[in-house]
Design a binder for this molecule. Structure first.
Ligand SMILES: [Zn+2]
Length: 102
């Protein structure tokens, strides 16, 4: 199969997202690397995509961190409520005789 330069670049555009995420087969990867070393346009595309992919991963991590923080807060609050409830029950238990005279 003979493909011209323009077609190669079209294929590259399709493959770059996969390549950035390391989802390409070894043969394909080899072909991409070869093309990238010869074609400046695709290399630029690749760099852009790589940068935005890295940015995306960073954002994802940030969101995850935020979620964990929120979860911790909720857990702490639940713990405090539980603590207060236990104290109330103990207090009620101790004061039962006193209040109701049994
Ligand atoms: Zn190209």
């Amino acid at each position: 199969m003979i493909i011209d330069k323009k077609e190669e670049c079209d294929i590259m555009t399709d493959l770059l997202p996969l390549y950035v995420e390391n989802l390409t087969q070894e043969d394909t990867e080899q072909w991409i690397k070869e093309h990238l070393s010869e074609c400046e346009q695709c290399r630029k595309n690749y760099e852009l995509m790589q940068a935005s992919f890295t940015e995306m991963i960073k954002e994802e991590k940030k969101v995850k961190k935020k979620k964990t923080k929120l979860f911790k807060k909720v857990k702490l609050r639940l713990f405090l409520y539980g603590y207060v409830l236990v104290l109330a029950v103990i207090w009620l238990y101790c004061m039962w005789d006193f209040i109701f005279g049994f």
